[in-house]
Design a protein around this ligand. Structure first.
Ligand code: ATP
Ligand code: MG
Length: 268
């Protein structure tokens, strides 16, 4: 797959280079047919919140990422849900995380077509995945009270999972999964979305940073005792953690307001 077809125009010293390269990965995924057009818009909403947090992993996010890894490591039946944006942005890292925490990978799409499902399976398999659930007839179980295509899930995957990691989720499904009694880990840059407010563990961070951080934590935490991991999960309060993310944004904006916002230009 050609992944750098659009990137040659980006000057190496461009101040927004990283962000532009990420966009190009999504555009490539869109042109290859597995990122939905709506996924491109959703990314823009995420970028806006990333600007507000300073485009780095804030400390409350790092805490939530560690707690999420502890929840995955202690789960009986952990599942990682993958959509088009996640497959475009962190394909190798999501496969690596699934391997480290012994979770199943499942394709789950809001705009589901057989072609998009299969393209995502191909991306994941090229990134090292052995099995990917949720494709075609495998998605034959139904999440109650949910009306989008996201309600169709694998009976061996999300349907029976006790812990589900849902990067870039929609609010309806997060709520429905919670009502089914599952621990839902969401990655969402918007601390105010319904997803963020409904999840059990919300990671307010960009998936491009959150998943690699979680891979690192999973590698470090694998040797911890079960009791230690359980106490990490028990000591977490999502309401407090979300409050910390909002306070971070508030304080950062206050600092910017006090320090001055406009860029300085010097005549030469
Ligand atoms: P909800 O359905 O939870 O109320 P929403 O309708 O506002 O949320 P959606 O369009 O359903 O939003 O989902 C997109 C969400 O994904 C947004 O909240 C956005 O902040 C988040 N998002 C997009 N790209 C990223 C990214 N790269 N990393 C983390 N979060 C992201
Ligand atoms: Mg939504």
């Amino acid at each position: 797959m050609v992944r750098d077809s659009h990137t040659s125009w980006i000057p190496p010293n461009h101040p927004r280079k990283e962000s532009l390269l990420i966009r190009e990965r999504l555009v490539d995924g869109f042109e290859e047919g597995y990122v939905a057009a709506q996924g491109l818009i959703a990314h823009g909403r995420g970028e806006c919140f990333d600007y507000l947090i300073g485009e780095s992993s804030i400390s409350s996010a790092l805490t939530a990422e560690r707690v999420a890894v502890a929840a995955l490591l202690t789960a009986k039946h952990p599942v990682i849900s993958v959509n088009g944006n996640t497959a475009a942005l962190v394909p190798k890292q999501i496969v690596e995380l699934a391997r480290l925490v012994n979770a199943k990978l499942e394709v789950n799409l809001f705009y589901r077509t057989r072609e998009r499902e299969e393209l995502i399976v191909r991306v994941l398999k090229e990134s090292g995945a052995e099995e990917v659930l949720g494709v075609g007839d495998d998605a034959s179980c139904v999440i109650p009270e949910l009306f989008s295509e996201r309600r169709r899930v694998s009976c061996r995957g999300i349907y029976t999972a006790d812990v589900v990691l849902v990067p870039l989720e929609d609010g309806d499904r997060t709520e429905a999964l919670r009502r089914m009694g599952k621990t839902v880990i969401a990655i969402d840059l918007n601390p105010l979305s319904r997803t963020s407010r409904a999840a059990s563990i919300t990671i307010v961070d960009n998936v491009v940073r959150a998943i690699p951080n979680m891979v690192r934590f999973a590698d470090e935490m694998r040797t911890m005792s079960r009791d230690e991991l359980i106490s990490i999960v028990k000591g977490f309060n999502n309401e407090e953690n979300l409050r910390a993310a909002l306070m971070f944004i508030r304080d950062r904006l206050t600092e910017l307001i006090n320090k001055g916002i406009t860029l300085e230009f010097h005549k030469v």
